[in-house]
Design a protein around this ligand. Structure first.
Ligand code: GLA
Length: 730
């Protein structure tokens, strides 16, 4: 039984494929956290709950109970203002004007499968893949009913949590904080805190530091998950490496403002909180209304950060991405953005497609600039009709001609935005987010549409439908190029304006769902000035996301390596672009650009017509490699072998097929030198099998490859790369 209730000890035990999670109904029916980590058989872990007498500064519930204090105990879902002084998972402002909140266990339900989250993306599971525990709690004074949901997966070392709050009182109440998960670790003194920081063109850089007393946190207030931080944190033991040690990952399935924090208390315990950022959030619940948080994913591995990543990768590939593109080989695309920017017409696109077809590329993506008066970033967003001065003969004719070359056709939209200089903004200025009396901040000459409004969403759906119904379009790149400011909605009353950030995200999800319901075969690629909204929620709709606007192969080592901490390579948009690179002016060999982009959803973003014959041959080879290695790269397990941050000269990673009979190693030199031979120790192979190294014909045991290593040729020059393919011969 994956979920057990030990009635005698009043303990719940939740087992995923490789983890156990235990909690207990404690004194006064408060829920106490007992354990989260490697799988264990016991349920009688009540001894872990705090049982010492405590100082008088720690409030008690009553004078008769000397041992229990919410100040010290590991609480399962911490509440504000009633004696637990660490960060709160829940804070409810009630009609009295006070925010004291206090929930106790009432009842529980265990069921097969996993319930859906209404209106929100989440992982999903068939009946036999997962089990769910619902814990109903109540705050007797405010009348809030709080249901904590836990799902454990039978095939992954993963669990998910979310919370639903229902106002069961006769008075309105306001949610100040309602986190998706709260986990109290007993002892975190030997733990590190890892998060992914970044910027435009430099997304998702891992940073690791010892957990200190007090709170370490990352957050977004931008209205999107953001370039600056990802809604992901990990805790790992000080000694955790890529392949050994304890590693816990916490990831929020959400695309808006988030908060992820870890707080070490005076006892050396740590509380992890993850959920919607309480700053800029206040949600009114009328009597009878409910609020559902986004979902939090939690994973644990005793095989270090690599083990943690692989659990997340498998979970996201199998139980988050959905639709026909989940398992279908994605088309190799050429995107015209870095090839032409805004300067294109139907002839240029057709020429690009013709060369692409000749080289083995399978789809042309027409990027920004095909609509309205959009000839630069200054105008046109919102006016989603084809500019026939640019695309003479119209979109239908162009797509037909491109399809006739054997290529699919994809198109760019930035639905959530409106240019100040656009017909849409002139007609509906109130459709943009704005705060009364305050000048609207402008970014990239554009404002953000109020996605909380149904009329705005209807308009956008109508525009997209008009385009998608009149041309054969296989793919949409859904872009989002600025943060939200002066966040107010013209349709909402003053008392609900603090809900707009979250209502915006719910509106976005609704539109994405509507689009995919109407066009189920459409392949969506998410984008936000590169990877500014690379989060699990967007992965639910778009199985691939443009990883970064920085397309330089060497910069991409850092970016893709960091992104892989929690996202599978099958989700990372990666293109071969021109040299010198447009972002950093670096020149790298075409082979290296191809080798790096192969570890992603592969494509090109350059003027193919400018390639020499030799380069065209290389592109043909790369396209063939993409098909040859697709399975091992996209369905295999990732092992990070040499980190580009630790070793500033080299970077290496590998993929191993689930049956461990095939592996592919990528090795890139960032700074060449007079190296001796390098012996690269592989991971994840079967030690008892023998593998043939395709390039050399050598046959070596998995044990030798993992312990003695694979011999990498000496004297590799700056920015060169090798791809090494191994197959079992036994
Ligand atoms: C963003 C995207 C780019 C491109 C441009 C077009 O910056 O990240 O890939 O689509 O917009 O304006």
């Amino acid at each position: 039984m994956p979920i057990q209730f030990d009635a005698e000890n009043r303990v719940f035990k939740l087992d995923s494929a490789s983890t156990s999670y235990l909690l207990q109904i404690g004194p006064f029916d408060y829920l106490l956290h007992l354990y989260y980590g490697a799988k264990i058989p016991d349920t009688d872990l009540g001894y872990l709950a705090y049982t010492c007498r405590h100082a008088s500064v720690c409030p008690r519930v009553t004078m008769d109970e000397p041992y229990f204090s919410k100040d010290l105990h590991r609480m399962e879902y911490s509440c504000n203002g009633c004696g637990d002084f660490r960060g709160s998972a829940l804070s409810i402002l009630r009609a009295s004007g006070t925010a004291d909140t206090d929930i106790k266990y009432v009842s529980h339900r265990i069921s097969r499968g996993k319930p859906r989250l209404p209106g929100q993306p989440a992982t999903y599971a068939a009946e036999d893949e997962a089990d769910t525990l619902e814990l109903l709690c109540r705050d007797e004074v405010s009348g809030a009913e709080v249901t904590l949901f836990y799902t454990v997966f039978a095939n992954h070392g993963a669990m998910t949590r979310h919370t639903v709050v229902r106002n069961a009182s006769e008075q309105p109440m306001e949610l100040q904080r309602v986190m998706s998960t709260c986990v109290d670790f007993h002892d975190a003194r030997d733990m590190d805190f890892i998060h992914l920081w970044g910027n435009w063109g430099r997304e998702r850089t891992p940073e690791r530091a010892p957990l200190l007393h007090g709170t370490q946190s990352v957050a977004s207030k931008r209205g999107c998950s953001s370039h600056a931080h990802n809604p992901f944190v990990a805790l790992c033991s000080h000694d955790a490496t890529e392949e050994s040690g304890d590693a816990y990952g916490f990831h929020l399935v959400y695309s808006g403002n988030f908060l992820a924090s870890a707080e070490m208390d005076s006892d050396g315990g740590a509380r992890v909180l993850l959920g919607i950022n309480p700053e800029g959030f206040l949600w009114r619940l009328e009597p009878g209304e409910s609020f559902c948080t986004p979902e939090a994913v939690m994973v644990y591995s005793d095989q270090g950060l690599g083990g943690m990543s692989r659990i997340l990768h498998r979970l996201y590939r199998n139980n988050l991405c959905r639709g026909p593109w989940k398992n279908r080989e994605r088309p190799i695309l050429v995107n015209n953005w870095e090839a032409t920017y805004f300067d294109f017409d139907e002839k240029k696109l057709y020429e690009l497609a013709k060369t692409a077809a000749d080289l083995g590329i399978e789809m042309l993506v027409m990027d920004d600039g095909w609509f309205g008066a959009r000839n630069s970033e200054r105008a046109g967003l919102g006016d989603w009709y084809v500019n026939e001065n640019k695309l003479r003969g119209g979109l239908g004719r162009l797509t037909e001609r491109i399809n006739a070359l054997g290529l699919k056709f994809g198109i760019w939209f930035e639905p959530e935005m409106v240019s100040r200089d656009s017909e849409l903004f002139r007609r509906h200025p109130d459709w943009a987010l704005q705060a009364p009396g305050r000048q609207m901040s402008i970014a990239r000459h554009q404002y953000v549409l109020d996605m909380s409004r149904a009329d705005v969403r209807d308009y956008l759906f109508g525009c997209m439908k008009q385009v998608l119904d009149h041309a054969n379009i296989a793919y949409v790149k859904w872009d989002f190029n600025r943060s939200l400011t002066e966040v107010g909605s013209a349709l909402l009353e003053a008392g609900r304006q603090q809900e707009v950030f979250h209502r915006y995200v719910l509106g976005l999800y609704e539109l994405l769902e509507r689009l995919l319901t109407a066009y189920p075969d459409l392949l969506l690629e998410g984008c936000a000035s590169g990877g500014g909204r690379f989060d699990p929620a967007m992965l639910y709709y778009s199985p691939q996301i443009w990883t970064s606007d920085d397309t330089d192969a060497i910069e991409r080592l850092d970016i893709q390596y960091g992104t892989s901490l929690c996202y599978p390579v099958s989700s990372m948009g990666a293109h071969v672009s021109a040299c010198p690179n447009h972002q950093v002016r670096r020149t790298t060999p075409l082979k290296t650009r191809g080798d790096v982009a192969l570890s992603g959803t592969f494509g090109y973003e350059l003027d193919l017509g400018k390639l020499t014959d030799e380069e065209k041959e290389e592109v043909r080879r790369q396209c063939a490699d993409y098909h040859k290695y697709y399975n091992v790269i996209h369905n295999g397990d990732l092992y990070r072998l040499i980190s580009p941050w630790k070793d500033r000269a080299r970077c290496a990673w590998s993929f191993v097929s689930p049956d461990r009979r095939e592996a592919l190693v990528t090795y890139v030199v960032m700074r060449g030198g007079v190296y001796e031979r390098h012996y690269l120790r592989l991971c994840g192979l079967d030690p008892t099998l023998r593998y043939r190294v395709e390039s050399s014909g050598q046959v070596l045991s998995g044990a030798a490859l993992m312990n003695a290593g694979l011999c990498i040729p000496e004297n590799l020059r700056d920015f060169t790369s090798r791809i090494i393919h191994l197959k079992a011969v036994d």
